[in-house]
Design a protein around this ligand. Structure first.
Ligand code: ZN
Length: 82
């Protein structure tokens, strides 16, 4: 495949992702509030990666830190506040 074709594809994907921005979100097992994950990536990348070990994330609402597995994460549309 010529290199130019790959670059063109990537550029288009980037602009589409920018249009529909999503944030990797977690629900705190202690206080039940949703919070943004420390790791942010697009849903396509997220679907492609393997995450065998739980990641430690800290809830900004109650300060609870615990390991989360991949199934605990979900995507929320990012809310832009003005
Ligand atoms: Zn919490």
């Amino acid at each position: 495949m010529p290199a130019g074709a790959v670059e063109g594809l990537c550029a288009r994907e980037r602009s589409e992702l920018h249009m529909a921005e999503e944030e990797l979100t977690l629900s705190c097992p202690r206080c039940g509030q949703a919070f943004k994950s420390a790791i942010q990536m697009d849903s396509a990348t997220w679907a492609a990666i393997r995450m065998d070990l739980g990641l430690i994330e800290r809830c900004p609402h109650c300060g609870w830190s615990s390991p989360f597995s991949k199934s605990d994460y979900f995507f929320e549309p990012s809310v832009t506040e003005f």
